[in-house]
Each structure stands twice: as C-alpha cells, then as structure tokens.
Design a protein around this ligand. Structure first.
Ligand code: ATP
Length: 248
C-alpha cells in the first residue's frame, strides 16, 4: 500500500551570505501520519533544513539555491510563511519563542490568527490543547515569561495546534529540558500523531529519544544526508550506535 507523501524535499542547497554553502543537496520525505526525525550534531544543518522548508531563511541572509520543496505535490518554496500555515504546515522554532508578556492562553490564541472560523471552534480547539497539556490549563492566566522551559515548549506546540496543522515542523523539542520532561513532551507528540493524525518532522540532537518515538529517521552530517531508514533499523545500526547513541 502506498503511503501518501505530504512533504517532499528534493536535493536542496542552501547558501548563507552568498558564500557559505550549508546544505549540499538534502532530500527527504515526510509521509502522512508519520513522525520523521531529522538527526545530527550541532551545526549539521537541521534548523537550516526546517527554515528552508518554511521559507524563513531570508531574515538570516540565507537562500535556497537549488532543489525543490513540495507540499502535497505543490511547490511551496516561495510561499509566504502564513500561506504555508494555511496549507497546514506549522513550524515550532528552536528555543520556543513565546510572547513573554502575554499569558499562556493569549499565547495559544495567537496560533489561531490564520483561521476564519468562529469563536466556538476556537474554544473547542483551546480545550483540545488543554486536554493534551493539562499543565497549560492550570497556568493559563500566568505570563508565559514566568513559566518553566518545559511549559514554554508546551505553549509553543499548543500554539501550533491552534492553527489546525496537518504537519508540524518541530525544532529541537528536547533542548534544555530535563530527561523526564523530554519524555513527557515526546509522549504528547506521539499521542498527537496517533490520535489527531498530525504528521511531524522533528529535528533533534537527542538521537536516543528521537529514534524511540519516530518511525523514520534521516541523519545529517555537514549538510548532507548520510543515512536514512526506519527508526528501528537505525537504532540497531552499528555506526549509529557508535557515533550517535553512545553520546546521547
Ligand atoms: P543546531 O543544533 O546548532 O541548531 P543545526 O543542525 O540545526 O544545529 P544549523 O543551525 O542549520 O545546524 O546550522 C548549520 C550550519 O550553518 C552551521 O555551520 C552554522 O554555523 C551555519 N549557519 C547557520 N545560520 C547561519 C547564518 N545565518 N549565517 C551563516 N551561517 C549560518
């Protein structure tokens, strides 16, 4: 049975400041209903790949100079990021990026801005987010700036959910979080995938945890995919074990 491909990145090259070649031909697919991991060490090019997909490189003087990015068969590489959101693709940036002076709930509601349906639906989606993140409901009136790192990561994912995503691009969800919280966040990602049908492309340095939750993985080194395969195979691969699992 053919699995539907949502996102198709084909041989992209990215150059920063007109001279620094950072992605040297990266290709990957995100199937509908899957959790796909983009792995690799610091500086391998994971964030650059996600930003190339969502057309967020311009502010960093980066440019896709070769290759294509397609979503459901349509070229999206020149789309305005808000239009990509309307197509169902939301990026959760590294480092969370909450609005610190807004409450948790106000932060969540900002995720709704691209939608045109009414208040009842907004309220329903807010309840859905609180259902997955009960802690956010408890803290809904707190200023986001006063919540913990783990709670801010939840706010960032919750805000993405408010946009009714088909696919979430999640950058380094484990960053700076204690192991127990990392497990909690990944557990929620898995639930969202299984129960809400959200597809994920997640960039992670923490290979160990990512390969336990993902279905498929791509390993990036210096801007190239050096290995890819089902997560179960990668977990058993001797090179992955030696170079990635031993360290994480
Ligand atoms: P990290 O876990 O640190 O985010 P990463 O795998 O996501 O790592 P990128 O952030 O994509 O890696 O960076 C890939 C390479 O591109 C690095 O060598 C980095 O120094 C370089 N780079 C990133 N942003 C820029 C920029 N705006 N200008 C120039 N070089 C950049």
């Amino acid at each position: 049975v053919g699995v539907e491909t949502l996102l198709e990145v084909n041989n992209i090259e990215v150059i920063y400041n007109h001279v620094i070649l950072v992605l040297k031909g990266v290709s990957l697919n995100v199937p509908k209903g899957g959790i796909t991991a983009l792995l690799g060490g610091n500086g391998a090019g994971k964030t650059t790949t996600l930003k190339a997909i969502s057309n967020l490189l311009h502010s960093e003087r980066g440019e896709v100079t070769k290759g294509s990015v397609k979503y459901r068969g349509t070229d999206v590489h020149d789309l305005d990021p808000a239009d990509l959101v309307r197509k169902g693709v939301i990026q959760v940036m590294e480092g969370r990026h909450c609005f610190e002076h807004l409450t948790v709930e106000e932060n969540l509601l900002t995720g709704y801005y691209t939608r045109t349906s009414g208040k009842a639906e907004m309220q329903r989606d807010l309840e859905l987010v609180y259902n997955y993140f009960p802690r956010l409901k408890e803290r809904r009136k707190s200023l986001a700036g006063y919540t913990s790192g783990g709670e801010q990561q939840m706010v960032a994912i919750g805000r993405a959910l408010m946009a009714n995503p088909e696919t979430i691009l999640l950058d380094e969800p484990s960053m700076g979080l204690a192991p127990q919280l990392v497990e909690e966040i990944f557990g929620i990602v898995k639930d969202l995938n299984e129960k809400e049908g959200v597809s994920f492309l997640l960039a992670e340095q923490n290979t160990n945890v990512a390969l336990r939750f993902a279905h498929y993985g791509y390993i990036l080194e210096s801007g190239r995919v050096v290995m890819d395969g089902p997560a179960a195979d990668l977990r058993e691969n001797p090179d992955v074990k030696e170079f990635y699992l031993g360290m994480s």
